[in-house]
Design a protein around this ligand. Structure first.
Ligand SMILES: NC(=O)C1=CN([C@@H]2O[C@H](COP(=O)(O)OP(=O)(O)OC[C@H]3O[C@@H](n4cnc5c(N)ncnc54)[C@H](O)[C@@H]3O)[C@@H](O)[C@H]2O)C=CC1
Ligand SMILES: CC(=O)C(C)=O
Length: 257
């Protein structure tokens, strides 16, 4: 049997890096996409040292042609295309009165447009290869319940859940599933940046900022990137074949619905 191929965007650090490493461990050949080759090559080396297969590809997910080129390169060089993980995202802190047109363009072009381009490119590859696949999008607990001071980010993550539901219905006939994962408060550069701003505004430490988010976690601990990768591994594997259009919350029990 040929090796299945997954592409993970935002694979140079944080949650994307953990997902890429987990999917490689599960037997996927993994295309690693982000904007900086040196960081991707570091992740590639670690995957290969652990016995996996990884291909670094530089692309900006806000650019449609770059996302299509990345998917095509992954399919050509790795020999198939089965799973697309639209994980790349940005999360500036934006209290409502400060929101600018530039904030809206910046966040929506990466988080929302990037997800749409990723779904389109993956779907085109599945059609060309003549088989269905799995598309997995990053939303957030902040895309399930609005989070203060994150108007732009939170709303972009609500949009991703909407796009997931719509495309799950559109692609179901072909056997392709589309789901999202909703992390909680994960120890990554993104979350430490948000915590830093919250702490700074209150004249307190980054750790204090982190705990303001963490206080509502039922399981009483912050998330490791690997906690999220475990959920994504389930959505990428055959045990989730009968699940589509859903949001898998991997947040230690922050949001219940
Ligand atoms: N860290 C957290 O607590 C949470 C994160 N998430 C979501 O999980 C995903 C991953 O987040 P983290 O790993 O924490 O973020 P991070 O900031 O640590 O890493 C983001 C990754 O995306 C890449 N990226 C950013 N813009 C890009 C672009 N235009 N083109 C290609 N790659 C780009 C970065 O290079 C990096 O590899 C994001 O979609 C985020 O919104 C959701 C809930 C909580
Ligand atoms: C960054 C994020 O997704 C949060 C705070 O849920």
């Amino acid at each position: 049997m040929t090796q299945k191929v997954a592409l993970v965007t935002g694979a140079s650090q944080g949650i994307g890096e953990a997902i890429a490493k987990r999917l490689a461990k599960d037997g996927f050949a993994v295309a690693l996409v982000a904007r900086h080759m040196d960081k991707l090559q570091k992740v590639q080396k670690e995957i290969e040292e652990a016995g996996g297969t990884a291909l670094p590809i530089v692309a900006d997910v806000s650019k449609r042609d770059e996302v299509f080129a990345a998917v095509n390169e992954a399919a050509d060089k790795l020999g198939d295309f089965n799973v697309m993980v639209n994980n790349a995202g940005v999360a500036p802190t934006t209290p409502i009165d400060t929101v600018t047109e530039d904030d809206m363009d910046y966040v929506y072009k990466i988080n929302v447009y990037g997800t749409v381009w990723g779904i389109q490119a993956a779907h085109a590859a599945f059609k060309k290869l003549g088989h269905p696949g799995k598309i997995i999008n990053a939303t957030s607990q902040a895309g399930v319940v609005g989070n203060p001071n994150l108007t732009v980010y939170s709303s972009s993550k609500f949009a991703i859940r909407g796009i997931t539901q719509v495309t799950a219905r559109e692609l179901a006939e072909e056997g392709t599933t589309v789901n999202c994962f909703a992390p909680g408060i994960v120890k990554t550069p993104m979350m430490y940046d948000i915590a830093h701003k919250v702490g700074q505004n209150a004249g307190k430490s980054d750790e204090w900022g982190m705990q303001t988010f963490a206080k509502d976690i039922a399981l009483k601990r912050l998330s490791e990137p690997e906690d999220v990768a475990n959920g994504v591994a389930f959505l990428a594997g055959s045990d989730s074949d009968y699940i589509t259009g859903q949001t898998l919350e991997v947040d230690g029990g922050m949001q219940f619905h």
